[in-house]
Design a protein around this ligand. Structure first.
Ligand SMILES: C[S@@+](CC[C@H](N)C(=O)[O-])C[C@H]1O[C@@H](n2cnc3c(N)ncnc32)[C@H](O)[C@@H]1O
Length: 212
């Protein structure tokens, strides 16, 4: 295979956070693969599109077939290097046949929203998986950045953290719909988040207390 499969991040939602390099690749695609929302946002009439559904084998087969015919671009949310379809693509195609174009991750934007550096944060995902309890354990100065999903949402994850030794008054920043017009960022405590209406598919930033 000579041609590269382009995997382009589209950022967390708003086009403000897609990289110009990713946008350029998406616009030049002959075959454009992505979720329905991404296709609605970026596909143009001259492109052949393939919506990604639960049938991931179908997407892989489409890419395998079309890469022989022209330029294939796979759009993923946020940054491709952070919990995306890139893992699956690397299992099905040689890494040398894949070109990754980064964009802003929802995790980056969440930390930016509260002006907090993330170089020392522990970043973990509850999206379709559960981190090891050991990694979630409280320790002094620890900052957690967590991806969530429908099952492991703001309430269930908060309960797990209370079991992992975090104080009930620990600060939780719940970041919903980042970069969209209805973006919502709220600050609460672990005890209150555990009891409140669950927020799904958000980012949680958890720390012992708000320093500033
Ligand atoms: C499979 S992960 C994809 C992460 C993506 N590759 C990235 O770099 O942002 C999906 C999870 O990312 C988080 N997420 C993605 N977009 C978001 C947004 N606009 N606002 C809040 N959380 C978001 C949610 O936790 C969601 O369940």
């Amino acid at each position: 295979m000579n041609k590269k499969i382009i995997v382009a991040g589209i950022g967390p939602g708003s086009e403000d956070f897609i990289s110009p390099a990713a946008l350029k690749k998406i616009r030049s695609a002959e075959f454009l693969v992505g979720g329905r929302r991404a296709l609605n946002q970026f596909a143009s009439a001259n492109q052949t599109i393939f919506p990604i559904t639960r049938d991931l084998d179908a997407a892989i087969n489409f890419i395998r077939e079309k890469i022989l015919l022209g330029k294939v671009v796979v759009m993923v949310s946020g940054d491709p290097g952070y919990y995306s379809m890139l893992d699956l693509l690397r299992k099905n195609f040689p890494p040398s046949s894949i070109e990754v174009i980064p964009s802003i991750s929802a995790m980056q934007l969440a930390f930016a929203k509260i002006s907090l550096p993330w170089q020392e944060a522990t970043l973990l995902s509850f999206h379709g998986r559960q981190p090891a309890r050991e990694a979630l354990k409280y320790s002094e100065g620890k900052i957690l950045g967590l991806l969530t999903d429908a099952e492991f949402n703001s309430a269930t994850v908060s309960k797990i953290l209370l079991e992992c030794g975090w104080d009930k008054k620990s600060s939780v920043t719940v970041c919903e719909k980042l970069s969209y017009p209805d973006e919502k960022i709220s600050v609460t405590t672990l005890a209150d988040a555990a009891k409140a209406e669950p927020v799904k598919h958000c980012i949680l930033i958890v720390r012992r207390s708000i320093q500033s």
